[in-house]
Design a protein around this ligand. Structure first.
Ligand code: GDP
Ligand code: MG
Length: 169
């Protein structure tokens, strides 16, 4: 039997970029076109088995993006081992918001936190407003994926890359 490692993961990003949808795709492999927006934060867990017989269990805190919940965010990212910061490739303002979360985490969160940037809604390619941000992510030391919670594009890949980046001693 391999070992199991447990990590706390927080999702951050502007409202309606698809944070809850990414978690629902990852945990339940399901997508709702009409989902209720998150109030406060929601908790879910999911495990990933890596090739080397280790298991990574993520305890996922899916936060609400609305400005009125902003003061609660430190409660969720303090003590987080990893974070997924989400923007919507069709909404320019959502990338500015994502970058401000990256800055805040790099200043205030655990210095060892693993941060992934996710440009969501790749199924809406025709409405794309933001070029692929690989260079920005690389320079900021982030994992980076463009994803679609709707089609499941790169969702498993995103969480697996985070699992592989975690310290498994
Ligand atoms: P959150 O506020 O960041 O948690 O965003 P939600 O997960 O609640 O999603 C907001 C809206 O965007 C909902 O109508 C979702 O159905 C839609 N949505 C989320 N992810 C995707 C995606 O990958 N593609 C498309 N086309 N719509 C998405
Ligand atoms: Mg939500």
């Amino acid at each position: 039997q391999g070992k199991t490692y447990q990590f706390k993961l927080v999702l951050l990003g502007e409202s309606a970029v698809g944070k809850s949808s990414l978690v629902t795709r990852f945990v339940k492999d399901h997508f709702d076109e009409y989902r209720e927006s998150t109030i406060g934060a929601a908790f879910l867990a999911q495990t990933i088995s890596l090739d080397d017989n280790t298991t990574v269990k993520f305890e996922i805190w899916d936060t609400a993006g609305q400005e009125r919940y902003k003061s609660l965010a430190p409660m969720y990212y303090r003590g987080a081992n990893c974070a997924v910061i989400v923007y919507d490739i069709t909404q320019t303002s959502s990338l500015d918001k994502a970058k401000s979360w990256v800055d805040e985490l790099q200043r205030q969160a655990d210095p060892d936190i693993v941060i992934a940037l996710a440009g969501n809604k790749t199924d809406l390619e025709a409405r794309r407003a933001i070029d692929t941000k690989a260079k920005y992510a690389d320079e900021a030391g982030l994992l980076f994926f463009e994803t679609s919670a709707k089609t499941a594009h790169n969702v498993t890949e995103l969480f697996t890359a985070i699992a592989k980046r975690m310290p498994l001693e």
